[in-house]
Ligand binder design. Structure first.
Ligand code: FES
Ligand code: FE2
Length: 449
């Protein structure tokens, strides 16, 4: 793809200014799909527990391409080395039909094989083409005896005409895939700075699916990534956070990024709520008199796995109450007290994205803990007591960018103007370092220098 005109338009050096056109330009967005979502990046597809049995499948998205996550049949002897999960593109190799419709609920199903309705080409669960009608033509009686009409050319190779098969990586029950042969091995892609924080939430535990939320947000997809790399706003925008002490500027916090600046973890520890003049005075979202009618919404019970060895301080431990992990380009993993979810970003053009929340717990949770996780999930999702605020400000941001035009840019200077890539974690939350670092990587990947 030729570099769009826009690429020479990033006038300021560095990433402390992000031009508004980076969120609105349709040709730039096409380049993002090619270079980021379909390029050498691992994208989230779903959870392995969503397809527990052989033949179970679930439709998902990587960028604007629909994919099928499916559990293949595997021989018992291969079970130790093969998780059996395949990801194939939902696009028929014959004439491009999006053949799999998941008729029950539009998302999930179970199949012995996939059959395209148009001409009934049939694919194995692993995406191989198993057969097609009239491949060898139709026998007919001709005046000179038997003859064959039509059919595929003699050199048509069934082995070369399957579905697009993606590379798949499964980490702690989360399924990732990439269209690219160039993407580095998955562990390397995540990197040693971020991996311990994924291990902390998931390691060794069977997950339990609790439910979904889905919403369409009228804003550029990167705004969602920025929102979860932005520790500045939660204690200012969110009444719930600042009033009940779930996230405030006086909390002990840490901002971690991977060595390329693209993934991040915002880590923080809750304090007791109530007024702390330094961080609540003048904060309009702080409501000293606000109380809950149902206190169970914040019936927080510490869990043993919250405490881990501190990756930054050998010999010490750390007990966060919240970790917000962003895996570039399209996944957020949230632990906010007892509530856990993955949040999948599915771009829908430069100005819109779908946001799919998958709430989960652990198979060995007590029923009481499951109910607690579900109740706390009310803070999140499209109408969540907290997250509704984020959806709204993202929409307002996009509205601002649209009305401005060529010269406008966001200002990302909190904590400095450098991109900070390769720097050690920041031990407070009064910084936009993770946003600057993401754009440093984005510019490189997009070929903008
Ligand atoms: Fe799928 Fe023809 S388009 S079989
Ligand atoms: Fe927020």
């Amino acid at each position: 793809m030729n570099a769009p005109q826009t690429l020479s338009r990033w006038r300021e050096p560095g990433t402390s200014r992000v031009p508004f056109w980076a969120y609105t330009d349709p040709s730039l967005y096409q380049r993002e799909l090619e270079r980021l979502f379909y390029g050498p990046h691992w994208c989230y597809v779903g959870l392995a527990i969503e397809i527990p049995n052989t033949g179970d499948y679930r439709l998902s998205w990587i960028g604007e391409r629909q994919v099928i996550m499916v559990r293949d049949r595997i021989a018992p002897k291969d079970r130790a080395t093969d998780h059996g999960i395949r990801v194939v593109e939902n696009r028929c190799a014959h004439r491009g039909v999006r053949f799999c419709q998941a008729p029950m609920d539009g998302q999930t199903g179970n199949a012995r094989s996939f059959v395209c309705p148009y001409h009934q080409w049939t694919y194995k669960l692993n995406g191989d083409l198993a057969g097609l009608p009239f491949k060898d033509g139709v026998k007919a009686d001709g005046p000179e005896g038997d003859c064959v009409h039509g059919g595929m050319p003699a050199d048509f190779d069934i082995g070369k005409n399957g579905l697009t098969k993606l590379r798949v990586a499964v980490l702690h029950g989360m399924v990732f895939a990439t269209f690219s042969e160039e993407a580095e091995p998955f562990d390397q892609y995540i990197g040693p700075q971020v991996m311990p924080w994924l291990d902390r939430i998931f390691q060794g535990r069977q997950l339990q699916l609790l439910g979904y939320n889905r919403q369409r947000i009228p804003g550029n997809w990167k705004l969602m990534m920025e929102n979860i790399k932005d520790p500045y706003h939660p204690g200012l925008l969110h009444t719930w956070f600042v009033t009940f002490g779930l996230w405030r500027a006086d909390q002990k916090s840490r901002m971690v990024m991977d060595e390329k600046g693209r993934h991040a973890v915002m880590i923080s520890r809750r304090n007791d709520g109530g007024a702390n003049k330094v961080v609540t005075e003048g904060v309009t979202s702080f409501k000293a008199n606000m109380a809950l009618n149902d206190a169970r919404l914040l019936d927080v019970v510490p869990e043993p796995w919250w405490t881990v060895d501190d990756p930054s301080n050998p010999g010490a431990t750390i007990t966060p109450t919240v970790t917000m992990i962003t895996l570039f380009p399209s996944l957020i993993i949230q632990q906010q007290v007892n509530s856990l979810s993955t949040r999948h970003i599915v771009p829908r053009g430069a100005g819109e994205f779908d946001f799919v929340w998958t709430h989960f717990g652990f198979a060995d949770d007590t029923e009481e803990m499951t109910q607690r996780r579900l109740r706390q999930a009310n803070l999140f999702g499209p109408a969540g007591f907290v997250s509704a605020d984020d959806g709204e400000v993202i929409e307002f941001s996009q509205d601002g960018f649209k009305q401005w035009g060529e010269e406008g840019a966001t200002l990302v200077e909190l904590g400095g103007r450098e991109d900070d890539v390769g720097q050690p974690p920041t031990e407070h939350m009064v910084t936009e370092t993770l946003i600057r670092s993401m754009y440093a990587y984005w510019k490189k990947a997009m070929g903008i220098q």
